[in-house]
Design a binder for this molecule. Structure first.
Ligand code: NAD
Length: 421
């Protein structure tokens, strides 16, 4: 079976619940609290029509899930992908709850998705789909309730359409209903790069802990979108050599190091990283197992599984993607002495700057890029240090350490609020 088939065969929700169970067990959480935190609070499924360019009508299915609202409004991205399922969205929403808690920002976890391959649609059709989906989920989103952001195959333009649609429906402009907006609409400086910037901050801290010298490191990046391409650029700026990158069409490999600017220009023109002159085409499977120092999965879930974990050569794995590693693979990597920065910590820079954007929108007061990055750096470094501390103290892997911190914080908030009614 190819990696992609394996990835879709593994149920992300099952993975998310098993990760939670492990932490709940270690924390000796009371049974009732476990039952509450193990399930999402709300799941909305919508089937909605979109008029296509040829005049026909198509009906699409979308979801918005709110996992936990104990610490604040739900927060999480919206994904457009042909393989979206309700279970995937539930997993991504639960991971958002823990992620916000790890970095200590006052949000709960949410996520949305639409089953669609947007590359098959025209821009006008994507706009129609976005506006109707936004209207359908508007019954549960809002600046005090649930604040979407970009994820796979959505971007600042998608957020602009959602903000405009929501504002039209309520009759006044509501910038704080989404984050990851264009800057002229109340977006934040640094939000576009925030996920990758946070990933790199955690890599710098991990490298320090492991005694790795970044300018001597060879880096491999899977996924060349918002998270992956910018992480590649920022790691290159750290002096590391990016020896391979990939997207959904395959990967490219150059042992002496890629010129990331050239890869970006090639991808822009050809809509694939493959075929760049001077590089060797490789598969996504081969890419994950390359001899390198740092591996950055920045695509989709379930890429590192029991099947390939034993062949991963990187010493440091930085999860820019959500859920790229299964629990079985976690164990193999840990036993092989690999250091893994878990998704809920590693890619939390995105939601952290989304929080900054929401605060700026509500205050109508906007910050400079230096202010944003300084605050982001402080939050990421503190979260990394607390997680590493827990990992060393409890002798668990970094994922379990991050879960112990996060689940305890959410459990405390839930308990102190009490059970209504
Ligand atoms: P994106 O749509 O900008 O990019 C996704 C990239 O992954 C594309 O290059 C695509 O071609 C590639 N890809 C898709 N399927 C692939 C496959 N099977 N093998 C290899 N590459 C594949 O999305 P993004 O925002 O960069 O999100 C990537 C990951 O990062 C997701 O797991 C997402 O949840 C996570 N993430 C994103 C943000 C954010 O702010 N955008 C924040 C936190 C986490």
């Amino acid at each position: 079976m190819a990696t992609e088939q394996i990835a879709t065969a593994i149920n992300a929700w099952d993975v998310a619940q098993r990760q939670f169970d492990l932490a709940a067990e270690q924390l000796h959480l009371p049974d009732g609290l476990r039952k509450v935190l193990r399930e999402p609070q709300r799941e909305l499924t919508v089937h909605f029509p979109v008029k296509m360019d040829d005049g026909t009508v198509e009906v699409f299915t979308g979801y918005r899930v709110q996992h936990n609202l104990g610490r604040g409004p739900a927060k999480g991205g919206i994904r457009y992908h042909q393989n979206v399922t309700l279970d995937e969205v539930k997993a991504l929403a639960m991971w958002m709850t823990w992620k916000c808690a790890v970095v200590g920002i006052p949000f709960g976890g949410g996520k949305g998705g639409v089953i669609v391959d947007p590359k098959r649609l025209s821009l006008r059709e994507v706009e129609g789909l976005t506006r109707r989906y936004a209207t359908e989920i508007s019954i549960i989103i809002g600046p005090e309730r649930d604040i979407p952001a970009p994820d796979v195959n959505t971007n600042s333009q998608t957020m602009a359409w959602i903000m405009d649609t929501y504002s039209m429906n309520v009759g006044y402009t509501v910038p704080a209903v989404v984050t990851g907006k264009p800057i002229p609409l109340g977006g934040s400086e640094g939000r576009n790069e925030a996920t990758a910037q946070g990933v790199v901050y955690t890599i710098i801290d991990a490298a320090k802990h492991l005694g790795m010298d970044l300018p001597k490191c060879r880096v491999v990046v899977q996924g060349f979108g918002n998270a992956g391409a910018i992480a590649a650029q920022l790691m290159s700026a750290q002096g590391s050599s990016i020896i391979a990158v990939s997207d959904s069409t395959g990967g490219i490999f150059k042992p002496e190091g890629l010129d990331i600017g050239a890869v970006l220009a090639w991808k822009q023109e050809h809509h694939t990283v493959c075929g760049l002159p001077g590089t060797k085409d490789i598969s996504n499977e081969e890419l994950l197992e390359l001899d390198c120092d740092i591996l950055i999965p920045a695509a989709l879930e379930n890429q590192i599984t029991a099947r390939n974990a034993g062949r991963i050569k990187a010493r440091l794995i930085a999860e820019a993607a959500n859920g790229p590693t299964t629990p079985e693979a976690d164990e193999i990597l840990y036993n092989n002495g690999k250091f893994l920065i878990p998704d809920i910590l590693c890619n939390a820079g995105g939601v952290t700057v989304s929080y900054f954007e929401w605060v700026q929108d509500l205050d109508r007061d906007f910050w400079s890029i230096d202010q944003v990055n300084e605050k982001l750096h402080r939050i990421m470094t503190k979260a990394f240090a607390s997680t590493l501390d827990m990992c060393l103290r409890e002798k668990v892997n970094m994922r379990t350490a991050a879960y112990l911190l996060a689940v305890q914080r959410v459990a405390d908030a839930t308990s102190v609020r009490g059970l209504y009614p």
